[in-house]
Design a protein around this ligand. Structure first.
Ligand code: GDP
Length: 366
């Protein structure tokens, strides 16, 4: 039997292991464009099935790129740089040039300075050992910034291949669909989903007679917030529209809870405002520091939601970390959730996030 690949995700079709990637019932093989059961369900019922996957296999697949020549487009989620950046990309892809693309710019508040975002992305990549040729901001879904990026792609690839890489859920499928529909008018050529882990193989999209754009597997990062929460909660914490800042004036010894997924304690400093940029649907709860632990013990999953009951089963315990904020206009970034802008420095805060979720400071983007 010739190997057949799923038209949706690119996984090799197999008919013997329903729990594994690429499974299709034997009857499906009679059709012309075979898609795996998982993509079938996604396409027709908008329902994603979990299949077990191995992060090492994905990285091994990406490593194949280092033996070839081509331009690498690394997509990251602007709201989750640390969760969506593939560390070790340099090692995985060899000396190929890399363009870094920040996706989901449509949810950035209008007040955000795009040049500052690009600068921050570039610097963050460099801190992780990756020098990039260029940085672009796009919205794959709203088709913003794609024309500029396409032009740069043609310039940098010099007639060669393009490899699009990214962790699951950064919007890689959406991006490629948009690219395809911009050039060919074809809609939804590749499966998209709400949930991580859809893109399971290399999909080959011809650019011209001699070169292709390859959609590579979505690498899974364990510390992505998306892996800790249920599908329902992911919808709550993922901004879908432009994020509206919520401002809290706090005194020392006050606490903010972001649902029950993160917490900020204002330890010391004079009264100041905390400008919170999170999904508009994520409820922020203010309390006194002295009551904060009790509130968590007694009301997690009720007053403090998300987490819902399914998330609570897998959510790691909160870990705390204290920061001295020295500079004015500093952002405290909760990877995968959002950020808080602190307009005035010289304060001490303690943040609590699920173990593995990264918190970092950056110069404010506003
Ligand atoms: P993949 O796993 O990287 O292939 O990601 P998908 O293309 O399946 O997208 C993951 C999620 O991000 C889906 O819920 C998309 O609707 C959403 N998404 C993708 N692109 C954008 C974008 O430009 N803006 C916003 N707000 N959401 C996006």
């Amino acid at each position: 039997m010739n190997e057949i690949y799923c038209q949706g995700c690119g996984a090799e079709i197999q008919t013997s292991h329903p729990e594994q990637p690429g499974y299709a019932p034997p009857s499906a093989l009679e059709r012309e464009d075979v898609i795996c059961k998982r993509c079938f369900r996604l396409k027709h019922y908008n329902e994603v099935q979990d299949v077990p996957y191995n992060a090492d296999d994905f990285l091994e697949m990406l490593h194949q790129i280092s033996d070839t020549k081509g331009l690498i487009i690394q997509l990251v989620d602007i709201f989750d740089f640390n969760g969506s950046f593939i560390s070790g990309l340099k090692r995985l892809t060899g000396n190929n040039p890399v363009i870094l693309v920040g996706n989901k710019m449509d949810v950035l508040p209008k007040s955000v300075n795009h040049e500052k975002v690009k600068h921050w992305l570039k610097r963050s990549a460099k801190e992780q050992g990756l020098i990039v040729e260029d940085v672009f901001l796009i919205s794959a879904e709203k088709n913003q910034g794609i024309t500029n990026l396409s032009q740069a792609m043609d310039q940098y690839r010099k007639g060669g291949d393009v490899y699009v890489v990214g962790t699951t859920n950064v919007g890689k499928s959406t991006f490629i669909n948009t690219l395809i529909s911009n050039t060919s008018g074809e809609k939804d050529a590749i499966t998209t989903s709400y949930f991580p882990g859809t893109t399971l193989g290399f999909i080959d999209i011809p650019l011209d007679e001699n070169s292709s754009l390859f959609d590579t597997p979505g690498v899974i990062q364990r510390h992505q917030m998306a892996h800790y929460v249920s599908e329902q909660d992911l919808k709550v914490i993922t901004p879908r529209r432009e994020v509206k800042p919520k401002i809290y004036q706090l005194n020392e010894a006050q606490t903010l809870y972001f649902g029950g997924l993160a917490r900020l304690d204002f330890e010391s400093g004079s009264r100041t405002s905390f400008v919170c940029y999170f999904s508009n649907e994520l409820h922020i709860h203010r309390t006194k520091l002295e009551k904060a632990d009790d509130l968590y013990q007694n009301h997690l999953g009720e007053l403090l939601v998300p987490p819902d009951s399914r998330t609570m089963e897998k959510l790691p315990p909160l870990k705390k970390q204290t920061f001295r904020i020295k500079e004015d206009k500093t952002d405290i970034v909760f990877s995968g959730l959002g950020w808080i802008t602190v307009p005035e420095g010289h304060i001490n805060v303690t943040v609590h996030v699920p173990e593995g979720v990264k918190v970092s400071l950056r110069e404010s983007l506003i």
